[in-house]
Ligand binder design. Structure first.
Ligand code: PMP
Length: 974
């Protein structure tokens, strides 16, 4: 192989062949006619041909490509077509004369021509985000292909190709001459040199075999699995097939993943893990992998720069240029050593790491005098958003130091102060350094023998195995000074002030300056490269490691299983503020689902009021105290005239249970009408009227006889559709009532949510409740409005959901938001109905209506009023609804936008005619939203509706962030 031949190849533009030429070839040589369209290629011409008998790809390349190379590709395809793993490959199609490779003279030269079968399916290129299973499937595909090709040999595999990563150095050097941007040129050169320096000593140990070398996002075709995920199951384009390094094949695949991971180089790891399971790589190969990825990225960028210089009209090249630049940027965004560790870790191998013999840095400071500042999410001194004060960490460090002036931040702490709201990507919160507060002039000594380097005030003491980075030290030595262990290094600075500080960082790679903070997802690997400085200080300065997985196991061990949790791998959420939640790594999430926390998380007024009341008194409502009287009066004042009597309980289930007992007591009857697809609670009675099959798959078969469900008036997907269906739905109620009459049963009442919350916030058809209430009352029944979710101002336009239907119920039940998460529920009714219960004994709830509960309830009402949260629900809700409606014409999966105010539902369907629910897609959308920092969950019987019911303090900015992230997920596919 000569470099000259190879460089010559890099100069070839695409064959000058038109669609008409392609049509002539197809007709004359293959006897085919059909619709022809051009497919992209860097150096060939490819045309897709759709004929009545099938689809094909016509491939035309320059005659300089030896026929034997094309024969090798055809043989490989034939070999692979018979593979047992089931992945798909194209097959060569002979021409009319029986030949698989034709030669033809066209406008500007001699070309070689082949026809291949076309593989159906989508490439992955345009999918900006690839989920872990898809990335893993790509790794499996790459490995399976390599395994099948292990024993394949052919004379046409010995090729001079610029993509052969064994030649990446000279190729890049040559291509760089075409890169006009000097900065980019320098960057590529630097990256290539560093990568090749790592590859060279491993080269002899890298296995060589036939490899496809182009199993990329662009060259695989995928089909949706049962979850609607596009899983790659076919490979096209054998144009780069050659005999080369086995691991280079995976490097090519991994490089193509780097523009699908939101900038995260760790996106490749599931592919590496999956590859290793099928085709285990050796240690040398694993070590070479990331440098080869960097080399591939460098060659890609340089090559597209060169190709666009010689073929400026090649849209395929210019379209890919942005992706390739991203690949290069991500590949060079982290140290090579870090990715080597990450790759080893991903396949379960621990790399050899030298011992780090470290002495003490500050011999005059007694280790136990160093206090540790807690800057983590769990620190109770954080509150009321004080973590967004830019000086908060210093203040807390100074407070911890106190009079002794000696304190340290913790290594490996995920600092709350580094959280970011509305962040699509988890911010770097994990501290890879410590800041130590010390008396000025404290002496520091070299903790190991090394050479001193300085960059202004930044000092590095480096040995073969360690680099210690120090800021804040007055150090008398010059760059290059050699120091013995224990030799004086200088004094802690601090000038005139009596307090100084050192910033300390360690690294196993002395050329690497550790970043101060890294993203938590990369923390374990960074920590292996840049370990804790505890030994320098003589005490353990490490923050406790977040252990969400162990905690989840503990939960599974002891917390009863019917109590489910959101998400398969949930983040450990330990803090909230307004409409935001924070996990223990300091990642923030926009909480779009928490209708219980109506006035927002961590509200200082509620915690203050509760703390005051708890320290004064908490007892039960048989005692006489102000709060229970005041709160009952306020609730009665909120209800329509005549509903002036209040019961206080602890939950919505209890409220509904009690409402049923009231109806039974007041009417002397038992039979209750309720709606299908409804949820009213978990107690025996409230569960009996809960018909939602999402909550209980057997709900419809197991209702007791006194429960009579009627058709849910779902105007979108119910039996009658559209806004003019009131009479049809009323007729279903009439039928149910007639049956009750025929059976000679008396009616106790009717219960429903006044806006159909459980199905996604669908308003009932106009006039529905007026007619139903009238029929129920005509039979002596009572009408119960379950306002647990939709009442209390959430709808914006109305305080109560039933106002939207212009009715007044006999009994109102409320809970959830009224306590902002504190257990609080209430039933509001008339004096006469309430009194009816007394025939069955007294009503007593030990903590229902306790002083603390009443204080919480009143504080919530005050906050709703003072912060104008009902108005906010209308304003922000209208804005959000408009943003959601704008998605409808763009994304076919959006079937409907339901709801009012800040009770919205976005329903996903696979087909607008059949309304087939997009259940799996909805789950995938929610999972992806979590990654982007949004908490969202599905609702409805088919779990295909996003339940959008955030705290009422949601801002326009937050609503926009949600809509933006949702748009992004829908655009990405899943
Ligand atoms: N009614 C409705 C409409 C509800 O949505 C719920 C809870 N999801 C309840 C009643 C029961 O409330 P709780 O969970 O407070 O018992």
């Amino acid at each position: 192989m000569s470099d000259a031949a190879l460089f010559d190849r890099t100069q070839w533009p695409r064959p000058n062949v038109s669609i008409e030429d392609a049509a002539n070839i197809l007709r004359d040589d293959y006897g085919l006619t059909g619709t022809i369209s051009e497919l992209g290629s860097q150096q060939d011409r490819n045309f897709r041909v759709d004929t009545d008998n099938g689809r094909y790809v016509l491939k035309i390349c320059r005659a300089e490509y030896a026929a034997v190379e094309l024969e090798a590709q055809n043989s490989a395809m034939r070999l692979l077509a018979a593979n047992a793993s089931g992945f798909r490959v194209p097959m060569p199609v002979p021409a009319l004369d029986g030949e698989e490779i034709l030669s033809s003279t066209l406008a500007d030269g001699v070309y070689r021509i082949r026809l291949l079968t076309f593989l159906d399916g989508e490439p992955l290129t345009r999918k900006k985000h690839l989920s872990e299973p898809v990335v893993a499937a790509l790794g499996t595909l790459c490995a399976t292909l390599a395994r099948e090709l292990q024993d394949f040999d052919h004379a046409g595999l010995e090729r001079d190709l610029q993509w052969d990563l064994r030649r990446a150095g000279p190729v890049a050097l040559h291509l760089l001459t075409a890169v006009a941007d000097q900065d980019l040129k320098d960057e590529i050169a630097k990256a290539m040199v560093a990568a090749i320096r790592r590859i060279r000593p491993l080269a002899d140990d890298l296995r060589v075999q036939a490899i496809h070398q182009d199993v990329t996002d662009d060259n695989v075709v995928s089909r949706p699995d049962i979850h609607g995920r596009w899983i790659p199951d076919g490979v096209i384009d054998f144009g780069d097939l050659l005999k080369g390094w086995l691991v280079a094949d995976l490097a090519v695949t991994c490089a193509s993943l780097l523009h699908h991971g939101d900038g995260d180089p760790f996106v490749i790891l599931p592919a590496v893990r999956a590859y290793q399971a099928v085709m285990p790589l050796t240690e040398a190969e694993l070590k070479a992998l990331w440098p080869l990825i960097v080399a591939r990225a460098g060659v890609l960028v340089a090559s597209s720069a060169q190709q666009s210089a010689i073929d400026p009209d090649n849209a395929y090249v210019s379209d890919n240029a942005a992706h390739e630049r991203t690949i290069f940027d991500v590949a060079t965004s982290v140290p090579l050593a870090l990715m080597e560790l990450a790759i080893f870790d991903s396949v379960g191998l621990a790399p050899d790491q030298a011992q780090m013999p470290l002495g003490r840095l500050l011999p005059d400071i007694a280790p136990d005098s160093i206090r540790l500042a807690d800057l983590g999410v769990l620190n109770p001194n954080f509150g009321n958003d004080n973590w967004s004060d830019p000086d908060i960490d210093w203040k807390l460090l100074a407070r911890a130091a106190g009079a002794t002036k000696t304190a340290s931040t913790r290594y490996g702490e995920c600092r709350l102060s580094y959280t970011r709201l509305h962040a699509a990507i988890a911010p770097a919160t994990f501290a890879l350094h410590v800041d130590v507060c010390l008396p000025a002039s404290t002496a520091a000594v070299a903790p190991f023998a090394g050479i001193l380097r300085r960059d202004g005030g930044h000092i590095v003491l480096a040995s073969d195995t360690i680099g210690l980075h120090i800021d804040g030290l007055d150090c008398p030595f010059l760059d290059g000074a050699a120091l013995e262990a224990g030799e004086s290094l200088g004094q802690v600075g601090g000038g005139e002030s009596a307090v100084g500080g050192l910033r300390l960082r360690l690294s196993r790679d002395s050329d690497l300056v550790p970043p101060l903070f890294v993203p938590p997802a990369q923390a374990a690997i960074w920590a292996a490269l840049c370990p804790s400085p505890s030994a320098l200080l003589g005490i353990d300065v490490d923050a406790p490691k977040p252990a969400a997985a162990a905690l989840l196991q503990k939960r599974h061990n002891h917390f009863a299983r019917p109590q489910k949790h959101y998400y398969a791998t949930p983040p450990q959420i330990e803090r909230g503020w307004q409409q935001h939640l924070f996990d223990v790594t300091g990642r923030s999430y926009l909480d779009m689902v928490n209708n219980v926390t109506m006035v927002g998380h961590g509200h200082p007024r509620i915690s203050a009021a509760v703390a005051d009341q708890w320290s004064m008194l908490n007892t039960n409502s048989r005692f006489h105290y102000a709060a229970v009287a005041d709160f009952s009066e306020r609730l009665a004042a909120l209800a329509p005239d005549g509903l002036d009597t209040v019961f206080l309980v602890n939950s919505g289930s209890e409220a509904n249970d009690l409402a049923l007992r009231l109806a039974w007591a007041a009417t002397g009857a038992k039979t209750m009408l309720c709606l299908l697809e409804a949820y009213h609670g978990w107690t025996v009675a409230s569960d009996a009227i809960s018909t939602s099959i999402a909550d209980n798959p057997n709900a419809l078969e197991t209702r007791p006889d006194w429960v009579r469900p009627v058709a849910a008036p779902n105007t979108y997907r119910g039996p009658f559709r559209g806004s003019d269906t009131t009479d049809d739905y009323v007729a279903t109620v009439t039928a149910a009532l007639d049956r009750v009459d025929r059976e000679g049963k008396k009616l106790a009442g009717f219960i429903c949510e006044s806006v159909y919350g459980n199905a996604g916030g669908i308003p009932l058809p106009d006039g529905y409740l007026q007619q139903v209430y009238q029929m129920v009352r005509a039979r002596g029944g009572l009408c119960i409005a379950d306002e647990v979710q939709v009442g209390y101002g959430r709808l914006g336009q109305h305080f109560w959901g039933f106002e939207q239907q212009n009715v007044v119920p006999d009994i109102i039940t409320i809970a959830k938001g009224m306590g902002n998460g504190h257990p609080l529920g209430a039933v509001i009714t008339s004096r006469a109905i309430a009194d009816a219960l007394e025939q069955q004994g007294y009503f007593f709830s030990s903590s229902g209506g306790s002083p603390v509960s009443c204080v919480v309830g009143m504080e919530v009402l005050d906050i709703v009023q003072d912060e104008r949260l009902q108005d906010n629900a209308r304003l922000v809700g209208d804005h959000l609804r408009a943003r959601l409606e704008a998605l409808q014409p763009i994304f076919p999966i959006v079937g409907a936008v339901h709801g009012i105010g800040l009770y919205l539902g976005l329903e996903f369907v696979r087909d607008h005619q059949t309304l087939e629910p997009a259940r799996e897609e909805t789950a995938a959308i929610c999972d992806r939203l979590l990654q982007l920092g949004v908490i969202m969950q599905p609702t409805g019987d088919h779990l295909n509706v996003l339940k959008i019911k955030p705290p009422l303090c949601l801002t326009l900015e937050s609503a926009d962030f949600f809509a933006d992230m949702l748009t992004r997920v829908l655009a990405e596919g899943w």
